[in-house]
Every structure is written in structure tokens, then in C-alpha cells.
Write a protein that binds this ligand. Structure first.
Ligand SMILES: NC(=O)c1ccc[n+]([C@@H]2O[C@H](COP(=O)([O-])OP(=O)(O)OC[C@H]3O[C@@H](n4cnc5c(N)ncnc54)[C@H](O)[C@@H]3O)[C@@H](O)[C@H]2O)c1
Length: 486
């Protein structure tokens, strides 16, 4: 049986290590953060990821999965070494590859047998070639080391499922032996139907960054359309539904709102721009700068509108209650979180900001201690002049707007994720605002006397919960309770 090491056990590596154990391998996870390694060795996951605690603890207790801090031990232990260290943004947005180099420098000189090193971190195209040269310098004499690239596509919040059932496997290889070894590692998901794409190293590297660049582009596209919708009285959620019915487009990643964030999309798109510039192909990806700009503009917009609203109250100590801190639901990851970015900017502008997030309080407090964190949504909204819905946790859709209206001081909520149903909030007396979307009380279309200037449409059960039952003409729009942020 192949023995596996996983080097770097953060969000990606801890999940990958547990997944490899679940697939039947003996696994050693190595991290240079002793506290993280100790927590994992005790069977505790130091971040929020559904299903991972059970999976990881089960294999730690069975003895199939171990964690430590020694790359020397990993070098002696494993036949295949997965590199899962971070590639954070460095100068000018280019990826900082120092974690990769330091991992190799700690590992390769201590290898005692021929092995395969597999990169899973997201890297600029050309990195694997440079690492191959470095490995050749570091490898002990007589030891043959192969390098492959196997980029990871897991989604935080669904990481366990995605690791065990990858929607595709990309094997960037230079030898048949490397492909054979990767097919052994992933034999179970391959047998279950995961497609395999075998490529050279640069293609594998580019597949990952171009996938993220495409997803970011899709989000910024719909946010750009949201800006047009606001100027014209169109509704971006219905527009996205209609676009999504075209299977060449698809509805996923067409959620207009506060835009993308997290530890991957923002850094990967900037690293791609930087790498393209180094290659002399900056113009080819110039549009990605606009994608980034549109995304940043969403955050600025929420901050500007919120400041206008709180200043209008005349309160000397305005207060904003924020729902969400994580960059997305089902995760406690606050890296480049749009929600936390907005919260911090409001605080810098003199607003008292209280935040509730079901999972991300501790990571958020670690990077933004100046904010107030609460144990419940209601506590965050206590005496708030304005409420912001910034991370689309499903539990926020179940909040009681009637009760919350008695808790908050002001009655304005901005749904910056376009995932709340405006109806109960409006009914409870809230001034409900959203971006690019019509917000109005539902009316029951009368079949006997349809409004002459309206077109009754059937609600789409597959689409977002909040829906205008009547597509209003400009005239009905004037009559309806339309609320948009100023
Ligand atoms: N998080 C995701 O959802 C995801 C998905 C796909 C790809 N990726 C990519 O995977 C990589 C890792 O991402 P992450 O989110 O897990 O980052 P992370 O920061 O959570 O984890 C990186 C880990 O590597 C450890 N580390 C750094 N240098 C080390 C060394 N020399 N030896 C041992 N350990 C070392 C760090 O202590 C940390 O625990 C990045 O390139 C990222 O772009 C992440």
C-alpha cells in the first residue's frame, strides 16, 4: 500500500489528508505551525468545515492518519508527498512561493527512496518547471524524484464531498510512472466516475487559475449587470434566472451582490494578471483588472450607502449591525472576506460595528479586534441604525423580522447578498433595500381584472425566494413600494 505525506495542513491539506486516509492510505500530515499540527494530531480540526471533524477524528483514532511537524519524518515515511502549502499574494499581486520552496528544502535532502512529489497548491504557470530544477539540486545522489501537478478544486464548505468525489481530476505529469501513481491514489473516485484529464505541467497549473478567473468573471459580470439594472428599473435576480436557464450559461455564480472574496479567487486572479505581465501577455488578460474593479466597487458601494444612511440619522454614535463575517457560508474563512472588509471600513469611518457570524467569530476577531462580536444575530442588531446582510448563511433566512424590528433602533436593512425574502421584512415595517433588484410587497394578480400595464408571470420555484409576482411596467413601478439603496 502506498504511503502518503501531506505537507501543509490548512484548509486544503487537512481535508486532503483525511480524504487520503478515507481512501485507504496510511497518511502523515506535516505542518510547520506546531499548534495546528498538535490540534490535528489530537483529532481536532482548527477551522470550520462541515463533516471534516468526524472524518479526521475517525482516522486519527484508527491510527491511519497522523500529524506532526517533521519534514524529515515525512521524507522517510512516504512514497508520495502532496504539497498543500499556501501561495499567498506577494509583491504586486504575484504569488509568494516561499512556502513551496521552504517545504521542498526541508523535505527533499532527507529523501531515502525514489518518490513522487505532487503539487496541489495553486501556482503561477511555470512554477512546476522551476521547482523541478530546485528538486534536482536538493535530491540526494541516487534518489530519483518525480514532480507532478494535481490542482485542487474543492469548495470550502463542501470540502469533504469534493475531496472524495472530485468533479474532475487533473494530472499534470512528465512521466508514465507519475500518471500511474496518481491513478492508484485516486482509484476509488475514478472508479466512481470522476473524469481524469492528463496534461503537461503548465496546462495543469493554468487549468486551476483559469477556472478561478472564469468564476470571478462570472460574478463580476452579473454585478456589472446589477449596476445597469439599478439605473433602468430592471431586476438582476430575474435577469440571472433567465440567463441561467440557458445551459451554455448556467445559473451558478450569477448571484449579484457583494461579490467574491476568500483565500482563492481574489489572490488567484491578481496572480494571473501578474504572471501574464511577466510573460509579456498582460494585454490578453487586461479584462481581469476590470473584473477585480467591479468586485471592489460592490464593497465601496455598501460602505457608501451605509454611511449615507447612518449620517442621515444624526446619531452622534451611529451603530451598524452586521450579519456575517466569513467570506461565504459554511466556512469560518475570513481571508479577504467582503463582509469583514465592509465592517472594518465602516468602523474606520467612525461607526460602531457589531457582527454576528455562526462560525467565523474567532478568526474575525483575530484580524479585526476593533469590532464588536456577538453570540446571536439579535445581539448584533441591538440598537443598530442600519442592518447589513453580508454573508448568506441559510440561518439568516429564518430570522424573525418582527422581533428584530423591536431590537434595532433604525428600520433599514440592506440585503447585500440578494438572498433574503423581502416580503416578511417589509411586512414587519423594515425599509428593505437590495442591489439591482426590485423590492416590493407581493400582490395577488387578479385574473378577472389584470392591471392593463402589467404582465402576470408564474414564479419560478427553482429561483431565489424573493420574487416579484408581477413584472411591473414603469407605471406600476411608480405605484409599488420600490426601495433601492440611494
Ligand atoms: N482553501 C481552499 O479552498 C483551496 C482550494 C483549492 C486550492 N487551494 C490552494 O491550496 C493552497 C493552500 O491553501 P489553504 O487555504 O489550505 O492555505 P492555508 O494557509 O490554510 O494552509 C497552508 C498551510 O501550510 C502550512 N505551511 C506553510 N509553510 C510550510 C512548510 N514549509 N512546511 C509545512 N507546512 C507549511 C501553514 O502553516 C498552513 O497551515 C493555496 O495555494 C490555495 O490557493 C485552496
Amino acid at each position: 500500500m502506498l504511503r502518503i505525506s501531506v505537507i501543509g495542513t490548512g484548509y486544503l491539506g487537512a481535508t486532503h489528508a483525511a480524504g487520503m486516509a478515507e481512501l485507504g492510505f496510511e497518511v502523515l500530515g506535516v505542518d510547520n505551525d506546531p499548534a495546528k499540527a498538535a490540534a490535528l494530531a489530537a483529532g481536532r480540526v482548527p477551522f470550520h468545515e462541515p463533516e471534516l471533524p468526524e472524518l479526521l477524528a475517525g482516522h486519527v483514532h484508527s491510527g491511519r492518519l497522523r500529524f506532526g511537524t517533521s519534514l524529515v519524518e515525512a521524507a522517510r515515511f512516504a512514497d508520495i508527498h502532496f504539497l498543500c502549502v499556501g501561495t499567498p499574494p506577494g509583491r504586486n499581486g504575484a504569488a509568494d512561493l516561499s512556502q513551496l520552496y521552504s517545504a521542498l528544502e526541508g523535505l527533499v535532502p532527507h529523501l531515502t527512496r525514489n518518490c513522487l512529489i505532487v503539487g496541489k497548491s495553486t501556482v503561477p504557470v511555470g512554477t512546476a518547471e522551476a521547482l523541478t530544477a530546485r528538486i534536482a539540486e536538493l535530491a540526494p545522489q541516487g534518489i530519483s524524484v518525480d514532480l507532478a501537478w494535481n490542482p485542487e478544486f474543492l469548495r470550502e464548505g463542501h470540502a469533504v464531498f469534493d475531496t472524495l468525489h472530485p468533479n474532475r481530476l487533473v494530472f499534470g505529469v512528465t512521466t508514465p510512472d507519475a500518471e500511474w501513481a496518481l491513478r492508484q491514489v485516486y482509484s476509488t473516485p475514478i472508479a466512481d466516475g470522476s473524469p481524469v484529464v492528463v496534461t503537461n505541467l503548465p496546462t495543469a497549473e493554468l487549468i486551476k487559475v483559469s477556472a478561478n478567473a472564469f468564476l470571478a468573471t462570472k460574478i463580476s459580470f452579473i454585478n456589472a449587470m446589477a449596476e445597469l439594472c439599478e439605473l433602468t428599473g430592471a431586476d438582476v435576480t430575474l435577469l440571472a434566472d433567465a440567463l441561467g436557464h440557458d445551459d451554455r450559461i448556467g445559473r451558478k455564480f450569477l448571484g449579484a451582490g457583494l461579490g467574491y472574496g476568500g483565500g482563492c479567487l481574489p489572490k488567484d486572479i491578481r496572480a494571473l494578471i501578474a504572471r501574464a505581465g511577466e510573460l509579456g501577455a498582460g494585454e490578453a488578460v487586461e479584462f481581469l483588472r476590470d473584473v477585480d474593479t467591479v468586485n471592489q466597487r460592490r464593497r465601496e458601494r455598501v460602505v457608501r450607502d451605509t454611511l449615507n444612511l447612518v449620517r442621515a440619522t444624526g446619531n452622534a454614535r451611529p451603530r451598524v449591525g452586521i450579519l456575517g463575517a466569513a467570506f461565504k457560508p459554511l466556512s469560518d474563512d475570513v481571508r479577504d472576506s467582503p463582509a469583514l472588509d465592509v465592517a472594518k471600513r465602516l468602523h474606520s469611518a467612525g461607526v460602531e460595528v457589531s457582527v454576528y457570524d455562526p462560525a467565523a467569530t474567532n478568526p474575525a476577531r483575530a484580524v479585526a479586534p476593533q469590532l464588536i462580536y456577538t453570540a446571536t444575530a439579535a445581539a448584533a442588531l441591538h440598537e443598530a441604525d442600519v442592518v447589513l446582510h453580508l454573508t448568506e448563511w441559510s440561518e439568516f433566512r429564518d430570522l424573525d423580522p418582527v422581533f428584530l424590528r423591536t431590537v434595532a433602533r433604525g428600520g433599514v436593512i440592506i440585503d447585500a447578498r440578494n438572498t433574503l425574502d423581502p416580503e416578511p421584512w417589509l411586512a414587519a415595517g423594515w425599509d428593505f433595500r437590495a442591489f439591482g433588484r426590485l423590492v416590493e410587497r407581493r400582490t395577488t394578480p387578479s385574473l378577472a381584472f389584470p392591471l392593463p400595464d402589467s404582465v402576470p408571470v408564474q414564479p419560478n420555484p427553482a429561483s431565489e425566494p424573493a420574487r416579484a409576482l408581477v413584472t411591473p411596467s414603469p407605471l406600476t413601478r411608480l405605484r409599488s413600494r420600490v426601495r433601492r439603496t440611494a
